[in-house]
Design a protein around this ligand. Sequence first.
Ligand SMILES: NC(=O)c1ccc[n+]([C@@H]2O[C@H](COP(=O)([O-])OP(=O)(O)OC[C@H]3O[C@@H](n4cnc5c(N)ncnc54)[C@H](O)[C@@H]3O)[C@@H](O)[C@H]2O)c1
Length: 164
Amino acid sequence: MNIRHKVALVSGGASGLGRATSQRLLAEGASVIVLDLNDDAGQTLMTQYPQQVRFYRVDVTDADAVEQAISDGFAYFGGLDICVNCAGIVAAGKVLGRDGALPLQHFSNAININLNGTFNVLRVAAEKMAAKGSDDEQGVIINTASVAAFDGQTGQAAYSASKA
Ligand SMILES: NC(=O)c1ccc[n+]([C@@H]2O[C@H](COP(=O)([O-])OP(=O)(O)OC[C@H]3O[C@@H](n4cnc5c(N)ncnc54)[C@H](O)[C@@H]3O)[C@@H](O)[C@H]2O)c1
């Protein structure tokens, strides 16, 4: 896909790998809708690229907020072509640690953000991409997994499961 003049959405796009993805897309001439919880980093990115970035402080697990943010970004830039899901947490913790069994909430939280949150964003993105009508470059969705999905280390039960 030729990235110039395309509209991209990057979840977790204000920090780390997501920020690097945003910056690469911006350098290639795309506009970027950034969904992230990190308000400071997101606002900084929007200040640096006022014409090309729309930042929304959104939790990827929140169905209504994600829908609203993507709809707003879609209307602002007039389309959506690329979705890259980078929002995620590491969530380290042993199944059986010094303090006993890993709290279920710890496991659920990782699944909720890394898996449900990824699906929540891509389902809305897919709907926006489909609205464009059919051509051979209707859209692309990339989800960031991890080698931990195949080869989890000690303390990565929740993270490995969420990435698998
Ligand atoms: N860094 C690595 O070595 C590595 C390796 C393999 C996979 N990954 C994956 O790449 C992705 C990015 O990792 P990173 O190292 O850049 O991490 P990071 O912490 O720098 O970036 C993650 C971003 O996601 C955001 N985020 C977290 N929970 C969120 C939520 N509920 N809603 C919205 N935003 C949320 C954070 O605010 C942060 O800006 C993650 O999915 C991670 O699992 C990273």
